[in-house]
Ligand binder design. Sequence first.
Ligand SMILES: [Zn+2]
Length: 111
Amino acid sequence: MASGNAIRGSRVGAGPMGEAERGESAPRTRISFWCANKHETRPSFAAEAVIPDTWDCPRCGFPAGQDEHNPPAPSRNEPYKTHLAYVRERRSDADGEAILAEALAKLRGEI
Ligand SMILES: [Zn+2]
């Protein structure tokens, strides 16, 4: 019965055999990721899962990649400087006092 075998072969994994395996845990695979601080983390993924390019390091929060010798660059944590912050940096204390004096003079109606 060659034709019968062909039909059965096309159903591997979809028939009773596949259902019998449902009780077991799904096959998982562990992938190593390394962050810029050389921390290794090995999250496990379902076999059919899409493995992400990067993984957040649970120890330092840096992004980790699968290439141990070329980890992704950590995101810059420099605080964002507003335009006002730059203006304040440029101004000296003397300038600030002059501006304050001028403002007070305006309040007093001297200008
Ligand atoms: Zn890390």
